[in-house]
Design a protein around this ligand. Structure first.
Ligand SMILES: [Zn+2]
Length: 124
């Protein structure tokens, strides 16, 4: 039960629900695209990544690097961030619009703002 509940409230589920509620249809995790984007809107040629703040170096309060094995973490997370940049460049070169939604932006209190951002991004 607990697993089901937490899955429903993951940042990715929050974004899916919003985008779906706005009347858009999307595909999930399209492996043929760089970076395997979380949501893909082929007709609009737009992709959305839902990114964990820690793993993708958002720079918000959720990103504090553990003191233990600090150098390991810094190196690992910087590689993640560099790969994200490469992936986004590759997608843009192929004509895709790219939006990143951060985990911390999917909190209930921030959903209005997130929906506005999604609306601006997705409106042709
Ligand atoms: Zn964040």
């Amino acid at each position: 039960m607990a697993a089901v509940k937490s899955k429903d409230t993951t940042p990715e589920m929050v974004v899916r629900r919003l985008v779906h509620g706005m009347g858009y249809r999307y595909r999930l995790h399209v492996a043929s695209l760089p970076g395997n984007p979380d949501l893909v809107l082929p007709r609009h040629r737009k992709v959305i990544f839902v990114s964990g703040c820690f793993w993708h170096r958002h720079g918000c309060g959720r990103c504090r690097i553990p003191a233990a094995r600090r150098r390991y973490w810094v190196g690992k997370l910087e590689r993640n961030a560099a790969r994200d940049k490469r992936v986004q460049r590759a997608l843009r070169r192929q004509g895709w619009g790219v939006m990143v939604v951060w985990e911390c932006q999917t909190q209930r209190a921030k959903l209005d703002r997130l929906q506005n951002r999604l609306d601006r991004f997705l409106t042709p």
